[in-house]
Design a protein around this ligand. Structure first.
Ligand code: 3H9
Length: 682
């Protein structure tokens, strides 16, 4: 007989009870699921006919974690701990049957089961660190008891999703069952547990794996040191480490108290609030309100890329990585050879780091072909133009492409700033044209700005968003304006940074403040990395800006060993007397008097100018929601996710406060600076 519970069905097969949770979309541990766990386990244990219990989930995944939307709200009974106790402290063996992803609280529930089986495609992990949290339902205490402290540190601070085979090898799983036969496999395993009278194994009681780390506490010191750069600015990794230290050094119940205390601190702190916001913002970005969800998308079976430079090659890798063949077009054989060689080198580096097998590399490379003939694009479903930023060149290419591309193909431009509508005007099918702005290095950076032109069809837009997700990007829609969302805001910051150079700041002062805020680097270090001569030409240079003078002196950035900074052989940046001299000369020439500029002013003028531009972008409908802007800056420009993006940051300070500050800076902000109408009104 089946018993229906709020989010589960309890059924009995012979002497085995099966508790099947069903709480779409991802079986998060909401109140109804916790209630179902408690009731289901209690009933199964009270039933004298039952000798073992299988915990399984319907739908696409096992329990994917605590319900993140419940954090910050009053707790609802029963707690996750009560649900876990109902499993672990019961009098019958419970077997977790895992498919999809068993994550966070979901995996912590599995760790309370006495045994765990999974299908080979399943993954397990404790990814709370990505939400600025730590596994707060015993994960930091139980996981190390199975895998040891060293592996637990990697898994928990990295928030890794670990494949089933690896979990089996580490002892996190007891058995893999054939794909598609989880229920049968779990029942067969339960039968074995009953027949062999296996004990009620509780992870909390294990201690053997703790001995190594107990004898070598330096493990933690070394781990912190080795990861200092990666963890910079984040609170959660350190808290996770402290919990694992507690698991090693304290009895289970005391370790649990440490975990609880630190979890509560994190969950109510600004970093986790920002990171949880970013989690939902990313998922929200995929939804475009006026794009019907049933919009047909083009099935992308082959991709063409025009331009095999750094960008084109990087873009191509994304498609090859997911098994989609790509043809790369160049105008000269040597450029094509160079482009393909760079792609090969990139893959070889990944192989060297152990993150890709040689076979997989060869398979991916086999999907990439080169051609000097645009005609090779005739059977592509999606063509991405990735040549240099010159409108005339792009329009010529699109006109050629129009004559070659098959009907229905999506024609994308990777422009980072140019007018997509003007590019579309070069073809007879402007509805097929869309912007797909990748970020460099295109095979690594997560962001994809999808630019919707005035005539872009729903299908072209939906295809670009859809294929973006398939290649593992976070796709965000932008309207057409110079620089779109990301680069337009970057420019607003750059203008302030440049202005402050003329008031007495040095590039390294500004870069330091932004780095300390949490950005990976400041605007001047970034310019040096990109190359100061991007868009600069010796023929037209007139020594009219600091950048022009630097380029004229051969200081074109990292690649020439000097730019705003001097670089040593290891490419470490050092403040430069030459740059300082150039800036001082500029100031003298324009009669500017040096003044002391505080770190606060540097930060506020840079960041508040960004917020102001972001508000204009919203006012103009270029971005459809504030959180999309945050997703762009987190994934494309390294805005520290623990600060939630420029708009989340603005709200944490107060938009009114920012508007008032910007007014107070007055003319310093520049003659062309205007406060956004919506910021003004806030
Ligand atoms: C935790 O467990 C804390 C505990 O240690 C301690 C507690 C005391 N809650 O990503 P998708 C929604 S912290 C609420 O597009 P996919 C998501 O917003 C948690 N909602 O699917 C989306 O909604 P919508 C630790 C959630 O197939 C929909 O489900 N766990 C949750 O690409 C589909 O999501 C994690 O960090 C949630 N936990 O990927 C895992 N998860 O349709 C977080 C998802 O309205 N989740 N939603 O936009 C994931 O990583 C992915 O969702 C997953 C599926 C891999 C599961």
């Amino acid at each position: 007989m089946n018993t229906t519970l709020p989010a589960a069905i309890l059924s009995i097969e012979g002497d085995i009870a099966i508790l099947a949770i069903n709480h779409p979309p991802v079986n998060a541990l909401s109140q109804v699921v916790r209630e179902s766990l408690v009731k289901g386990m209690t009933q199964a244990q009270a039933n004298p006919a039952v000798r073992a219990i299988v915990l399984i989930c319907e739908g696409r995944t096992f329990l994917a974690g605590a319900d993140i939307t419940e954090f910050g709200k009053p707790p609802q009974s029963p707690s996750l701990f009560e649900a876990q106790d109902a499993i672990e402290l019961g009098n019958k063996p419970v077997i977790a049957a895992i498919h999809g992803t068993s994550l966070g609280g979901g995996f912590e529930v599995a760790l309370c089961c006495h045994y765990r089986v999974a299908v080979p495609s399943a993954k397990c992990g404790l990814p709370e660190v990505h939400l600025g949290l730590l596994p707060g339902a015993g994960g930091t205490q139980r996981l190390p008891r199975i895998v040891g402290a060293a592996k637990a540190l990697d898994m928990i601070t990295g928030g890794l999703h670990v494949k089933a085979a690896e979990c089996l090898a580490m002892g996190l799983l007891d058995e893999l069952v054939p794909e598609g036969q989880l229920r049968e496999g779990a029942l067969a395993f339960a039968r074995k547990v009953i027949d062999e009278k296996r004990p009620l194994r509780k992870v909390r009681d294990l201690d053997g794996k703790m001995l190594g780390a107990r004898a070598h506490p330096e493990l933690f010191v070394e781990f912190r040191k080795a990861n200092a750069r990666k963890f910079r600015g984040f609170l959660a990794p350190e808290y996770n480490i402290r919990c694992i230290e507690a698991a090693v050094n304290l009895p289970f119940t005391e370790g649990m108290q440490t975990e609880r205390k630190l979890f509560l601190e994190l969950v109510s702190g600004p970093q986790s609030i920002a990171q949880r916001y970013a989690f939902f913002a990313e998922r929200q970005a995929a939804k475009i309100p006026d794009l019907p969800t049933d919009t047909p998308v083009v099935k992308v079976a082959k991709v063409g890329i025009i331009g095999a430079g750094t960008m084109g090659g990087g873009i191509a890798m994304n498609f090859a990585n997911v098994g989609i063949p790509v043809v790369l077009i160049e105008t000269a054989q040597d450029a094509l050879d160079r482009g393909l060689a760079v792609v090969r080198r990139n893959y070889e580096n990944t192989v060297k780091r152990g993150r890709l097998s040689k076979d997989a590399m060869e398979n991916r490379l086999a999907l990439l072909t080169g051609s000097l003939n645009m005609q090779s694009l005739s059977d592509c479903d999606l063509v991405i133009e990735a040549v240099f930023e010159d409108m005339a060149v792009k329009k010529t290419i699109f006109a050629q492409l129009d004559a070659i591309a098959k009907p229905g193909a999506v024609l994308a431009t990777n422009t980072s700033a140019l007018d997509v509508n003007e590019i579309a005007s070069a073809v007879k099918r402007p509805e097929a044209v869309v912007g797909m702005h990748f970020f460099s290095p295109a095979n690594v950076m997560k962001l994809l700005e999808v630019v919707r032109g005035a005539k872009t069809s729903n299908t072209a837009l939906a295809t670009a968003m859809d294929i973006g997700k398939k290649i593992g990007k976070v796709a965000v829609m932008s309207g057409v304006c110079p620089g779109f969302i990301g680069n337009r805001i970057l420019r607003a910051r750059g203008l302030q940074a440049q202005a402050m150079l003329m008031e007495g700041c040095m590039p390294w002062d500004i870069d330091r403040v932004l780095y300390e805020f949490g950005m990976p680097m400041g605007p001047f270090a970034m310019s040096d990395l990109a190359g100061l001569d991007l868009g600069w030409s010796a023929a037209t240079s007139q020594s009219s800006t600091i950048r022009e003078v630097l380029c004229e002196k051969g200081r074109r950035g990292q690649k020439t060993g000097a730019g705003y900074y001097d670089y040593d052989e290891a490419r470490n940046a050092h403040p430069s007397e030459v740059t300082q001299g150039i800036i001082t000369e500029f100031m003298q020439r324009s009669g500017q008097v040096r003044r002391d500029i505080s770190d606060t002013e540097i930060l506020e003028r840079c960041l508040f100018a960004m917020v102001n531009e972001a508000c204009k972008i919203l006012d103009e409908g270029i971005a459809i929601r504030a959180s999309d802007i945050d997703v762009v800056w987190i994934n494309g420009y390294g805005w520290p996710v623990y600060r939630g993006g420029p708009m989340h940051y603005a709200d944490s300070i107060g938009r009114r406060v920012i508007a008032d500050k910007l007014k107070a800076y007055g003319t310093l902000m520049g003659a062309d600076f205007h406060i956004s109408p919506s910021l003004e009104k806030s």
